[in-house]
Design a protein around this ligand. Structure first.
Ligand SMILES: [Zn+2]
Ligand SMILES: [Zn+2]
Length: 395
């Protein structure tokens, strides 16, 4: 049996207490102050050197080496996200941990505590990263700018999976997220009296026809891709006025950045052409991007060994392709020397991610912590070193 699984099983009550505390303080992106305070307290108590306030509420916690000062490397970092999601329930705005980020923080705290107690090689070489605002797609980028992965050689992330993808007792060392693009347009027409519509340009018509045009952008059915209009508006004024202002938001998902960019370009062309044909103008207000993964094969192998040691060969699902996106992938995109892997953890999460009533099997917290600790210990004990800037991305 994995020593870290044994240790995590022994810590089961402490793990559930940590999760219960985090679950009870769901906070919006970049406002995770209570969450960050709780995490910082638990890790400081365990001897971590904790830096708070990166990207507003982010945390970097290093297991320092008193003899050598700062991290000496090669360094492995375990990354969790902290933000909750907004739901509208019975007309009220409620924040809920419906994407399991409370679980991810619990798992990374626990793995850190176990490594601090049991892995001598972790001194001076282990970093824990807790980022804000994952759901906005901006948290990872801001953490990179704040130096969260400066000096880090290897990075592992983890996310609970919905029951439709895998079950508790299973995990994948290669969770293949989709690339995401969200295009938000403002549409401007011309107001007039509704009795004299020929003197105005009605944005309701332009936005409606642009929606049909977007729906006519057809992804190749043999590749994993979707295109959806997710929000539209036109006018908000008195009934007697032809509306002048509207908006349209389109979300694109795909298995690769190339396909996502091609679809994005087709959507943009369709929206602009149709809106212009109505005499209105479409302006791109915002484009949110989530990149496709870039993984290191050596890191995938490392993650696989950790899964096998905790869940056995039967627990490995080699690869899961998911339509979900993750801002985690910015870390490796924007930091070429970084070697990354991302584990999908079976948790019987249901009815599904982002559902306000979501729940999962708490055994996943024990398994997740043990898997991350095993992976980090494998890295820290194996004397792996990377060539800086290696683009072959093999260990
Ligand atoms: Zn989410
Ligand atoms: Zn999430």
């Amino acid at each position: 049996m994995s020593v870290y699984l044994e240790a995590a099983v022994d810590m089961k009550d402490e793990i559930e207490e940590i999760w219960t505390a985090l679950h009870g303080m769901p906070e919006p992106p970049f406002q995770e102050t209570k969450t960050a305070g709780f995490i910082a307290y638990r890790l400081s108590e365990a001897g971590f050197d904790v830096k708070k306030g990166l990207a507003d509420t982010g945390i970097v916690a290093d297991l320092g080496d008193p003899a050598a000062g700062d991290l000496t490397g090669p360094v492995i970092a375990l990354r969790a996200d902290m933000d909750a999601m907004r739901h509208d329930i019975d007309g009220r705005e409620v924040w809920v941990h419906s994407c399991g980020h409370d679980a991810h923080s619990t798992i990374v705290i626990t793995a850190g505590l176990m490594l601090a107690r049991r892995c001598a090689g972790a001194r001076g070489r282990l970093r824990l990263i807790f980022q804000p605002g994952e759901e906005t797609g901006l948290g990872a980028g801001r953490m990179i700018e704040a130096g969260a992965v400066r000096g880090v050689d290897a990075l592992i992330g983890m996310h609970l999976r919905p029951v439709s993808e895998c079950r508790v007792g299973q995990a994948t060392p290669c969770l293949w997220h989709s690339a995401g693009r969200t295009l938000s347009y403002s549409v401007v027409g011309k107001p007039s009296h509704t009795g004299r519509p020929h003197l105005g340009i009605n944005v309701a018509d332009a936005v409606a026809m642009a929606t049909l045009a977007v729906n006519n952008v057809k992804p190749d059915p043999l590749r994993c891709a979707t295109v959806n209009v997710v929000a539209l508006s036109a006018g908000d004024g008195p009934g007697g006025v032809i509306p002048e202002r509207g908006s349209l938001t389109v979300n694109i998902r795909s298995e690769s950045d190339q396909i996502a960019d091609e679809l994005s370009s087709k959507v943009d062309g369709a929206v602009r052409a149709v809106v212009a044909a109505n005499g209105a103008e479409a302006g791109l207000k915002r484009e949110k991007q989530m990149p496709a993964p870039r993984y290191d094969e050596g890191m995938i192998a490392l993650a696989r060994r950790a899964i096998v040691s905790v869940l056995g060969e039967g627990g490995v699902v080699e690869k899961i392709t998911t339509p979900g996106s993750e801002d985690f992938h910015w870390y490796a995109r924007r930091t070429p020397r970084l070697h990354a892997a991302y584990i999908g953890l079976g948790a019987n999460f249901s009815p599904g991610l982002h559902h306000p009533d979501a729940s999962f099997d708490k055994k996943a917290l024990v398994y997740g912590a043990a898997i991350l600790a095993e992976a980090a210990a494998d890295f820290l004990n194996s004397g792996i070193s990377f060539e800086v800037g290696c683009e072959g991305r093999r260990m």
